[in-house]
Design a protein around this ligand. Structure first.
Ligand SMILES: [Ca+2]
Length: 311
């Protein structure tokens, strides 16, 4: 073992003194795990990010984060987003007795907070809980994909020449089709902006950016917000100076704040409420399910109150 250490030391000295050693780039470890064909694009993206976040996030921080070995590039996220079909999601599962029972208990346990939120934001508490139930099963399922890697990957596949490499074995994606191409362009531009928002909020909040995990398309926390929604609608209800989407009070207040800012009013007609909920998630079956569950929860608590009164 001693010999090994000594030998290692000799090698170390030999190599550190080697005059043939190539000059190191400014970011020696950056993207070293990536394939050679990807690296120049990643370097270019890194420089663009540094430029666009100037005066907002220190360059050293950006470099430190994006040069970590946890950073990974998954072009299949873009491929998936382009072949994504609007399917009828199994919304009926949310009407299962077990889930409704848990949602009902949740309301009971958090009634003071929910009443305060309803009062403050003028959003029905049952709607808030219904969204919380549908999005993450009351906080049980918040996603397992690293948000940073998702947006980094989507942004990097915005490089056409790079993306074309991965399109070769994808006969179902017709890149000569203008609609497909527009979708790709829109998706990658959006992801790049979300990536900037994410780096900014991770820096400000001193998060470990790789610890934040979410859905396949980068929605995170109990309300499943993308980074821009965190910035625009995030609400620090408990007043600790930070918006924590993994704390019940901040998360539920953020859902309510989202709806209120988009125009939700407790006194509005059902159709109007539905229209606003579709701004949270642009899907009619989604909005319909949110309202139906909210109605069910409302009726359940009414029945319970009547039972208590002996009716
Ligand atoms: Ca807070």
């Amino acid at each position: 073992m001693f010999f090994g250490v000594a030998l290692g030391l000799i090698f170390l000295i030999a190599f550190s003194q080697s005059p043939e050693k190539p000059l190191q780039s400014s970011s020696p470890q950056c993207f070293s795990e990536f394939k050679a064909e990807i690296r120049p694009y990643a370097e270019q993206l890194l420089n663009r990010i540094k430029e666009d976040l100037k005066n907002k996030v220190p360059e050293d921080y950006i470099k430190e984060v994006l040069c970590r070995k946890e950073l990974s590039f998954s072009p299949e996220i873009m491929l998936k987003s382009l072949t994504w079909r609007e399917v009828n999601l199994p919304y009926h599962q949310f009407f299962e007795k077990e889930r409704l029972k848990r949602a009902k208990s949740f309301i009971k346990e958090n009634i003071e907070l929910l009443n305060a939120l309803e009062q403050h934001f003028q959003v029905d508490k049952e709607v808030i809980v219904s969204i919380f139930l549908i999005e993450t099963d009351l906080g049980r399922k918040t996603g397992r994909h690293r948000v940073l890697n998702t947006f980094f990957s989507l942004a990097l596949t915005g490089e056409e020449d790079l993306f074309k490499i991965y399109l070769q074995n994808q006969p179902e994606i017709d890149f000569s089709n203008e609609t497909v191409k527009k979708r790709w362009e829109k998706r990658s531009n959006w992801a790049y902006k979300e990536l900037l928002y994410f780096l900014e909020i991770a820096y400000k909040n001193q998060w470990d950016p790789f610890e934040i995990k979410g859905s396949i398309f980068g929605a995170f926390g109990y309300p499943q917000f993308v980074p821009k929604s965190y910035v625009v609608y995030g609400y620090d209800w408990d007043g600790d100076g930070k918006v924590d989407l993994y704390s019940i009070s901040d998360a539920l207040a953020s859902i309510a704040n989202y709806l209120q800012k988009e125009g939700y009013k407790i006194a509005s007609e059902r159709a109007e409420k539905k229209r606003i909920i579709m701004k949270y998630n642009i899907s009619e079956p989604y909005a319909e399910t949110v309202l139906k569950i909210a109605d069910t929860l409302k009726n359940l608590s009414l029945t319970q109150n009547n039972e208590l009164r002996g009716n």
